[in-house]
Design a protein around this ligand. Structure first.
Ligand SMILES: [Zn+2]
Length: 266
């Protein structure tokens, strides 16, 4: 068995789905190949981190009722309406609650890669980011110099939301800053600031929040606010998608928007 093949079959092997001769071939290779042993170890660690760190929220009661009603109305069309284990049913509800509630809206072209990049920064920091709020005062001035994004002030958190980290990001050749926040219910928020030359935020999907009108879009089950602030393009991402959660997300936007004042260095 080649390394490539082993890596492709790892999942099946772990779940005991390989034929006996295939299993033996895989285990023979694994016991002799240090590279694949490392691969297997990393793969297991990633699986564990996903389970431990990916936030999950129980579906609100009204949503559970709607899902049950939908399943009952269409017997046989949803495979999980058949008797399934309680854990599996709960897992399904957890997945369903992450589906977008707003109408799907594609971000406009020049913005789209940036929205996607901001989203991947968000998932990366949720999965891998180590909260290090104590390091921020030392790190931030250097990051501002290096990314040439200066902040006259930055939202440092309050009773509802706390600042837990800051990182440099590079998106489509634009250097920027990504701030990580956490709200009181442990929802993660990522605030990405990039140089905004040549980027315009389209007029559709705008929401009025106080005196601001950011665009609100949903992508892959996440909510994203997009707005321009002076010469900068700003993105705020979270998994707050349901109607009640969006109210909270709007509040988060407002406190961050009011308290963060970026200025681009000349
Ligand atoms: Zn190998």
């Amino acid at each position: 068995m080649e390394c490539q093949e082993l890596r492709a079959e790892l999942g099946a092997w772990r779940q005991g789905r390989l034929a006996p001769d295939q299993r033996q071939a895989l285990e023979r290779h694994l016991s002799a190949c240090a590279e694949c042993q490392r691969w297997e170890r990393d793969d297991r660690t990633l699986g564990r981190l996903l389970v431990e760190r990916l936030p999950r929220y129980p579906a609100p009661a009204h949503l559970r009722v709607r899902i049950r009603a939908a399943a009952a109305a269409r017997p046989g069309t949803l495979w999980w309406s058949a008797p399934v284990g309680a854990a599996l049913a709960t897992a399904m509800l957890m997945v369903l609650v992450l589906l977008p509630v707003l109408p799907r809206s594609a971000a406009p072209d020049p913005l789209q890669p940036l929205v996607r990049a901001a989203l991947s920064q968000h998932t990366r920091s949720v999965l891998w980011g180590e909260p290090r709020p104590e390091a921020i005062p030392a790190v931030l001035p250097r990051l501002m110099r290096e990314t040439r994004i200066e902040l006259a002030k930055v939202f440092e958190g309050d009773d509802e939301v706390r600042l837990v980290g800051v990182e440099p990001v590079v998106v489509e050749g634009r250097w920027g800053l990504a701030f990580s926040y956490q709200d009181r219910e442990d929802h993660a928020l990522t605030y990405v600031i990039l140089p905004g030359q040549g980027l315009a935020v389209p007029n559709r999907n705008r929401v009025q929040i106080d005196r601001f009108r950011p665009m609100l879009t949903q992508i892959n089950g996440f909510s994203v606010f997009v707005w321009k602030q002076g010469p900068l393009a700003c993105f705020l991402i979270s998994d707050l998608v349901s109607e009640g959660d969006l109210t909270r997300f709007r509040d988060h936007f407002l406190r961050i928007r009011l308290e963060t004042e970026p200025v681009q260095a000349p």
